[in-house]
Design a protein around this ligand. Structure first.
Ligand code: GPP
Ligand code: MG
Ligand code: MG
Ligand code: MG
Length: 347
């Protein structure tokens, strides 16, 4: 029987990987002060999240094998999971600078912590290179080494292209609501979130077991990309309707002029008067303008609209999962597990 990993178990692997990274840096005679920075920076940014993405690698491997993992299999799968967490840390450190965010995981964003500032940019690069150091150290002789390497590179590019579209549709100085559309929105969220958060863990699990084929990778893709799209729509919903105590961050989408799911819905429903309110108040770096948009979202019943969307999308995803052909090695349980973790999440 497959066994689900716990955060505690998953986190217990991290010190070993951290030590790998530090000893790698020590061969370059990295001075002590910089070793201390590197260690603290890794701990502050890679550890402390929900680790849903990372833990889904051992969970998926265990479901695919249909049994509990040996110690060695668990370590390999958790190492791949931690590489996703490092990728995520690299994205979040950078994203918080680009989005002028205030808090992350209930603490000031890394770039806002004392003594950090723009050193955070170099730290983001270090978080990314850590992936490849670990991949080389632990998977150099694995038959799928090159596939995993290429997968990390491609998913990183996809995420960066999504982020590019996110940023270019949200200029700081010009608010033009005609720039937003659901077509652009769909591109943004699939690329900036769905590939690295949903497709990557399952693709890595298949590669780890050496059972990846073009067909099962495509089958996984065709379920996980719509699921990742739903996940980012939740993120956009929580940006406005979530509680900062739950989500560990303060929403910035309205002030940042983001092409969010909520503003796209509001534009679909708006009367000419309501559109004027949006035009006057959206995308301004100011709390009173933001409050007007929040008020409008409440008047328009966007919370209910989101709940209806969620029920509909979850129904569609369950349908996709039920139709999965398991003959190429995939299991429905892999996808059911993902969906259970995110359905009606509040953080
Ligand atoms: C989430 O967007 C997307 C990312 C974190 C990917 C960033 C990609 C880079 C190439 C840096 P978001 O801004 O809505 O996330 P959050 O709400 O957590 O700030
Ligand atoms: Mg962002
Ligand atoms: Mg952000
Ligand atoms: Mg967000």
């Amino acid at each position: 029987m497959a066994k689900k990993t716990t955060l505690k178990e998953f986190e217990s692997v991290f010190p070993k990987l951290e030590e790998d990274l530090l000893s790698w840096a020590r061969q370059y005679n990295l001075p002590q002060e910089q070793q201390d920075w590197y260690k603290k920076m890794l701990e502050e940014n890679a550890v402390g999240g929900k680790c849903n993405r990372g833990m889904s690698v051992p969970d998926s491997v265990s479901i695919l094998l249909g049994k509990e993992l040996s110690e060695e299999q668990y370590f390999q799968a958790a190492t791949l999971g931690w590489m996703i967490e490092l990728l995520q840390a690299m994205f979040l450190v950078s994203d918080d600078i680009m989005d002028s965010s205030i808090t992350r995981r209930g603490k000031p964003c890394w770039y806002r912590q004392e003594g950090v500032g723009m050193i955070a940019i170099n730290d983001a690069f270090l978080l990314e290179s850590a992936i490849y150091t670990l991949l080389k150290k632990h998977f150099k002789t694995h038959p799928s080494y090159v596939d995993m390497l290429e997968l990390f590179h491609e998913v990183t590019l996809q995420t960066e292209l999504g982020q590019l579209c996110d940023l270019l549709t949200a200029p700081e100085d010009v608010v033009n609501l005609d720039n937003f559309s659901m077509e652009k929105y769909t591109f943004i969220v699939i690329y900036k979130t769905a590939y690295y958060s949903f497709y990557l863990p399952v693709a890595l699990a298949l590669h780890m077991l050496n059972i990846a084929t073009p067909k099962n990778l495509k089958q996984a893709h065709d379920i996980l990309i719509p699921m990742g799209e739903y996940f980012q729509i939740q993120d956009d919903y929580l940006d406005n309707f979530g509680l900062p105590e739950h989500i560990g961050k303060i929403g910035t989408d309205i002030q940042d002029n983001k092409c969010s799911w909520l503003v796209n819905q509001a534009l679909k429903l708006a009367t000419p008067e309501q559109r004027k309110v949006l035009e006057e108040h959206y995308g301004r770096k100011d709390k009173t303008h933001e409050a007007e948009v929040k008020k409008l979202y409440n008047e328009m019943g966007l919370e209910k609209r989101y709940q209806d969307y969620e029920e509909k999308r979850v129904g569609e995803l369950k349908q996709l999962i039920s139709q999965l052909d398991e003959s190429e090695g995939l299991k429905k349980g892999v996808f059911e597990e993902f969906l259970n973790k995110i359905y009606k999440r509040s953080k």
